[in-house]
Design a protein around this ligand. Structure first.
Ligand SMILES: NC(=O)c1ccc[n+]([C@@H]2O[C@H](COP(=O)([O-])OP(=O)(O)OC[C@H]3O[C@@H](n4cnc5c(N)ncnc54)[C@H](O)[C@@H]3O)[C@@H](O)[C@H]2O)c1
Length: 299
């Protein structure tokens, strides 16, 4: 079972699960997900994971695993409406955990690099202090404690993924995280691309195919640990722009604006633990990933 299977990351996992021969059940309330991303091979429940109905669906379908990707992912919404954000991300995940406990399901939980907050050192590993600077960071982190507790008390097997900045097909060009999807959108529509600050800020851009691969590995063998999923490489926004334009033979109209208060200047995450525990490593280069993403959206 896959929650959030109509969204960016979930729909890509759903496709890979189908191709790998798994029976796929999707639970999604379509709040940001798209119906067209739900493949005909899956069983679909248009349901909210926070609702008691979710427990009934799991009891009926008896999945071996719940891969939980449903969430409220917008940082600004999380700050403006912390109650809603906490309800979906914290209470929703507790509901999923209850279902795992009752039905003896393994769990994959999509957490985020947002839990770390402002980095105290770079090459952020899983031992780095957790100090989120948004309600979203808090609501993604809090369920990690519950998962660890449910594992201890009820032997729920799990993998917690802390993703770096994900990009690739099906990403919605909106919000803070999706700078590459915004770049692609501007190139496709011929609109201006805004850079906040001097463009020398760095991020760790992980391609969707690598995220999917990590999920396939964890589905087979749970890590029972918190694992960063990242490239381990920091790339400046200016370099990303240059690679993007060069790979796709496009010219973006770039406008440099004032730095936004609260933006993290540099970030990249270590991925040694994922390599060790999941026999996983990132394979898609940024050049290749940017080319693939642009090709998808320009069709
Ligand atoms: N995109 C990133 O860079 C990134 C980075 C770190 C972590 N994550 C995590 O990965 C997961 C997927 O993110 P995404 O980028 O694909 O987001 P997305 O918004 O594209 O997908 C989320 C999906 O969950 C569904 N959903 C939301 N609330 C729901 C609810 N209450 N009940 C049922 N379905 C609900 C939405 O309709 C959507 O289909 C999230 O948990 C997010 O926190 C994403």
């Amino acid at each position: 079972m896959l929650t959030g299977g109509a969204g960016f990351i979930g729909s890509n996992i759903s496709k890979a699960y189908i191709e790998a021969g798994y029976e796929v059940i999707i639970v999604d309330d379509l709040s940001t997900g798209k119906k067209e991303y739900i493949y005909p091979e899956v069983t679909f429940y248009h349901t909210d994971v926070t609702h008691p109905d979710f427990l009934e669906i799991v009891a009926k379908e008896k999945p071996d695993i719940i891969n939980h990707h449903a969430a409220q992912i917008d940082v600004q919404t999380s700050i403006k409406n912390s109650v809603l954000d906490a309800k979906i991300n914290i209470l929703g995940t507790i509901n999923v955990l209850e279902a795992c406990k009752i039905n003896n399901c393994q769990l994959i939980y999509a957490s985020s690099a947002a839990v770390y907050g402002v980095p105290e050192y770079l090459g952020i590993d899983e031992e780095h202090n957790v100090s989120p600077i948004s309600s979203y960071g808090i609501s993604k982190h809090t369920p990690e404690h519950y998962i660890s507790l449910y594992s201890e008390l009820y032997n729920v097997e799990y993998t917690i993924f802390r993703y770096a900045n994900a990009y690739g097909k099906h990403q919605i060009p909106k919000g803070e995280g999706g700078v590459i999807s915004i770049m692609v959108d501007c190139a496709v529509k011929g609109t201006e691309f805004n850079v906040f600050g001097d463009g020398e800020q760095t991020r760790d851009y992980i391609h969707i195919d690598d995220i999917v691969k990590a999920n396939l590995q964890a589905t087979k063998t749970p890590a029972n640990e918190i694992v960063n999923i990242s490239t381990g490489v920091a790339t400046t926004l200016n370099d990303t722009l240059e690679i993007f334009q060069e790979q796709n033979k496009v010219q973006l109209e770039v406008k440099y604006l004032a730095e936004r208060p609260g933006d993290i200047k540099h970030s990249y995450l270590k991925n040694d633990k994922a390599k060790r525990l999941l026999n996983w490593s990132p394979e898609v280069s940024l050049a290749e990933g940017l080319k693939q993403t642009y090709e998808f959206y320009s069709k």
